[in-house]
Design a protein around this ligand. Structure first.
Ligand code: GAF
Length: 390
């Protein structure tokens, strides 16, 4: 990201004293939709981010300029609910949370930009929420821990944007660590770091460029179906707090009580929560073929049981199956579009990029976008030396 160019755009527009904050997008190695079932996830921050230049303007006005949308909005605490620009709601959602918490912030100016592809399932919205909150914490000296930042950002998405998401994306954006994946326990928010050493393999993202329109509505439906399954299991197991607490045996014992679709959702979920643990073991013992098989198993569950894949994503996963240089592949993120994540041998990456592009273009009339993933650290302030050099 060109921090100094962004800073210049700010100075051309505003007179307030700027500071620069950033927060990354994320990949998720395994553990999809498990976060809102109190399960485990295994995300890592990536070198694609939202960068925000922000300054206190000592007025009651908030001025936001989106470089990507080339649009400016201005509002106050009394008028923010009237702002209609879609991109602004992630920032306003965060301000709205602070207002509800009676945390005083004054007016500020902000110019921001991102290089996280939109709709690709790489959590650009969580990065925007977390960068905003991280910036406001530092501009107005608000006492907020990293955990609180992640939780408030999630609440902004739930309440203001209207997506009933779990905690994974915001947590990853704030807590990401370079070279590491985070095994996050979404029940108590404790986490362990797993080095992403891929011994001759790389994680490659293939973006179907199908933008996930269904994502927010169907996401909320999946969440409700998991809650329906839990309510049925709780009749026999009143102490269960989430699907995380159920085993496959518990599910089978009550099989006839679920609507068939709800049974499938719960089966995927219970198996996927267990797969995260298996994936971590595989990473610890450097068993990449096992990690790859787990990725394929997750895709099968997302395709047939959780039913959030689409034909383009299935095509991309199927394309990898007969290639011994590719150990695993699956759709990643909320579903209905976005990227697949692929575990590809270093010296096959170029070959793979060319062949998958050609095949996808022949099938769907457009080449996919491809990203070789590098990891990055979580929310931070960009210091003066990086601004000069970067
Ligand atoms: C989206 C949500 F925001 C996350 O909370 C998570 O549920 C993910 O979909 C699926 O794993 O990114």
């Amino acid at each position: 990201m060109e921090y100094s160019a962004l800073l210049q755009l700010y100075k051309d527009r505003f007179n307030s004293e700027p500071r620069v904050f950033r927060s990354p997008g994320r990949i998720n190695i395994i553990g999809e939709h498990t976060d809102y079932n109190d399960g485990f996830v295994l995300p890592a921050g990536i070198d694609k981010e939202i960068c925000m230049v922000m300054g206190v303007n000592f007025s009651d006005t908030f001025n936001l300029y989106s470089v990507d949308k080339k649009e400016c909005v201005s509002f106050t605490i009394d008028t923010y609910k009237e702002v209609s620009a879609g991109w602004a709601k992630y920032i306003i959602g965060v301000i709205d949370q602070l207002v509800q918490m009676e945390i005083a912030i004054g007016g500020f100016d902000c110019v921001f930009q991102g290089d996280i592809p939109l709709g690709a399932g790489l959590s650009s919205s969580a990065a925007l929420e977390c960068a905003t909150l991280y910036g406001l914490k530092h501009l107005f000296n608000v006492e907020l821990s990293k955990k609180e930042i992640a939780l408030i950002a999630q609440k902004a998405e739930n309440q203001y944007v209207g997506v009933n998401c779990g905690i994974m994306d915001q947590f990853a954006s704030v807590f990401a660590a370079e070279g590491q994946a985070l095994k996050l326990d979404c029940r108590d928010l404790s986490y362990e770091l797993y080095p992403l050493e891929m011994q001759g393999y790389q994680l490659v993202l293939v973006d179907s460029l199908v933008s996930h329109n269904l994502a927010s509505s169907e996401y909320n439906v999946r969440r409700a179906e998991c809650e329906e399954a839990l309510a049925i299991l709780q009749q026999n197991h009143p102490h269960f707090l989430a699907l995380r607490d159920a085993s496959i045996e518990d599910l089978e014992a009550q099989k006839d009580e679920f609507r068939p679709v709800v049974y499938k959702r719960a089966k995927y979920m219970i198996e996927e929560i267990a797969r995260v643990g298996k994936a971590c073991q595989a990473m610890t013992s450097n068993d990449l073929p096992e990690l790859g098989s787990l990725l394929y198993a997750t895709h099968a569950g997302l395709q047939h049981e959780f039913e959030i894949s689409c034909k383009e994503l299935d095509f991309l996963v199927d394309f990898t199956r007969d290639k011994e240089e590719i150990l695993g592949s699956r759709m990643m993120g909320g579903g209905f579009g976005g990227c697949t994540i692929n575990l590809v041998k270093d010296d096959f990456v170029e070959d793979f990029e060319l062949s998958v592009s050609k095949a996808y273009e022949a099938a769907y009339g457009k080449a996919p976008a491809i990203y070789r993933v590098k990891t990055s650290s979580g929310s931070s302030e960009i210091t003066a030396s990086l601004l000069i050099n970067g």
